[in-house]
Structure formats: C-alpha cells, structure tokens
Design a protein around this ligand. Structure first.
Ligand code: SF4
Length: 313
C-alpha cells in the first residue's frame, strides 16, 4: 500500500482493480505549440449554414484508442499528410485568442457570424486543462459577441467553462453522446470519456442556463427507451446521425477500424441506419419534431435559426 493511502475494504479494492483493468493506457498525444496566422476559417460543406469554423488545436488526442475508430478527420489531408498516427500528435494554437480578437474586430457585421468550434478537432482536449486556449477564445467571444457559437465536444472538461458559456446567450453546447451504454462505449471508443460524465456535464450546463444539444453522432448500439429518456433530461435539442454521416456517405468510416470492430463484437452492419432512424422517430415523438434533427440538416438547424434572427430588422 502506498504511504498516505487510506485503507480500503475488499469490494472497493476489487472495483479499483476492475477499473484499472478496464481502462486502456494511452500515451498522451505529443504537444507542439504553433502560431496561427488566421483562426476563423470560412466554411461550407457539411456545416454550410455556419459562416466559419474555429479549431484551437490541430490533431486530436481522443483519436488514440477512442473515437479515432470512426473519425472522418483522420481521413482528411490534415491527418493523411502527417506521418504519425491520428491521435498521437497535437498542435496547440497558443495565440488563437489574440488572432480571433483581431479578426472579429475587422468583421463588418458580427451578428451575422455563425461559428462552429470545432470541425477538425475537439476544443476540449485533455491538454486544454493546462493550455487554456479554448477558454481564452471564449473570453474573446464574450467581449465581442457574434450571432451564434456552437461548441462541439465530447469532453466533460467543458464543465470548467460553464461560468463563461452561461454569460453568452448566443452559445449552444453540443455534446457528442453516441450511446447510453457504457459497455458499448468501452468496446468501441475505450479512451473516450464515459457516457455518464458527458450526460452529467450536459445536465450541469443546462442548469447553468446554457442551451444544450445532444449529438448522437454517430449512433452506436443502445437501448432506445432508456437513451431517449436520458437525452430528453439532458438536452434542449438533439441531432441523430449514422456512421455514414461522415461527409462522404460512409467512405471515410469504411477506411477506419470501426467496421472490423463492429463485426468482431457482433453489432451487425455498421452501415445499417435503422436503429438511428428508430431513435430519431422516438425522440421526435417524445420531444417534438422541432427539437430533433437528422444528420446534416440537424446540425445546421441552429445556424439557420440564428441566420433568420440576424435578418430581422
Ligand atoms: S473527438 Fe472528433 S476530431 Fe477527435 S478523434 Fe474524435 S471524432 Fe475525431
């Protein structure tokens, strides 16, 4: 026993040992500080109703042993030109806030700016705890408000910034939750944060006055009734998607490890959209059609609303 550790009873010790066995160990992604020349990237494609995307980091630590199993970004040039495997490297844009302030001050009409943060990384990397780059970016947005900011993450670290987010009425927190079943999460994306921690963060955000979107993207095996109940309790709206919602009709996912893992685990055909469609229908019946979206249109819905609001004289 370690010096200073308190004695534990047998069941507690067994739980601890089980947790240690269940948790894969992953080397932290190698971090390299970089200077960004620009930070707001004009966007289109899958998130066409947004005007810009913002990526405070390049690379993504969740890719190693986690959602890299299906990550479409790992199939984009940014990752394919990099010799190291997706998930093992991370570039931190430490001047992101400074560049953002300059760019926002130069924009003629900030009310018409709709930013998706982030499209090619998770803004709440484990390294964000000490880097604070995303937090500094949020502070700039609070000072220079825009029409819409969607903060897209799967990381409960966002809970650290609820004080800021709750002061920004133009923000949506969009949290990825692919299933209600943590066994499924551990089987397919073992190094990603637990489902319960994500749901708890969503509930906290909502209680703080932050608008919350659940991104069931992509939909993994789940218990439909239980999952729908958990989402309704944690989110103001929800977007449901499939593994084919990777911006290339499933071609990017097909090149990842997910199809093989799906087959090994006996989860059926990873391209089959029927369980996602059934969950979508159940949620619409439960929460109302206007609060439940599907794939690309679902992700763009909040931006379309913000665009319409900005056009009202
Ligand atoms: S968090 Fe997003 S960007 Fe990062 S590995 Fe997972 S799916 Fe890819």
């Amino acid at each position: 026993m370690l010096q200073g550790a308190r004695p534990v009873d047998t069941s507690e010790r067994m739980c601890y040992i089980a947790r240690m066995i269940a948790l894969p160990t992953v080397k932290p992604a190698e971090l390299q500080p970089v200077r960004a020349r620009t930070i707001l990237t004009p966007t289109g494609g899958f998130i066409e109703a947004f005007t810009h995307s913002l990526n405070p980091y390049m690379g993504c630590a969740f890719g190693a042993g986690g959602c890299g199993a299906y990550c479409y970004v790992a199939e984009l040039p940014i990752a394919r030109w990099e010799p190291r495997p997706w998930g093992t490297w991370l570039r931190a844009k430490r001047n992101a806030a400074e560049v953002l302030r300059r760019e926002l001050q130069e924009l003629p009409d900030r009310a018409r700016v709709r930013v998706f943060m982030s499209s090619a990384t998770d803004p709440y990397q484990p390294a964000e705890r000490r880097e604070g780059i995303t937090r500094a970016v949020l502070e700039v947005f609070r000072e220079l408000p825009i029409g819409l900011l969607v903060v897209q993450t799967r990381s409960p670290i966002v809970g650290r910034d609820l004080d800021l987010l709750s002061e920004m009425p133009f923000v949506w927190l969009s949290m990825t939750v692919e299933t209600d079943d943590d066994h499924v999460r551990r089987a397919l994306t073992p190094t990603c944060p637990s489902i319960e921690r994500r749901l708890a963060t969503m509930r906290r955000a909502r209680a703080s006055g932050v608008r919350v979107q659940a991104a069931v993207s992509p939909t993994m095996p789940h218990d439909p009734a239980r999952f729908a109940g958990l989402i309704e309790a944690a989110a103001d709206r929800v977007v449901v998607d499939t593994f084919c919602g990777d911006g290339a009709g499933g071609r990017r996912t097909a090149r990842r490890s997910l199809p093989r893992r799906f087959a090994e685990l006996g989860y059926g055909n990873w391209r089959d959209a029927s369980s996602a469609a059934a969950l979508h229908a159940r949620l619409r019946a439960q929460m109302g059609a206007d609060r439940v979206g599907w794939s690309r249109d679902g992700f763009n819905a909040v931006a379309i609303t913000a665009q319409a609001e900005a056009s009202v004289p």
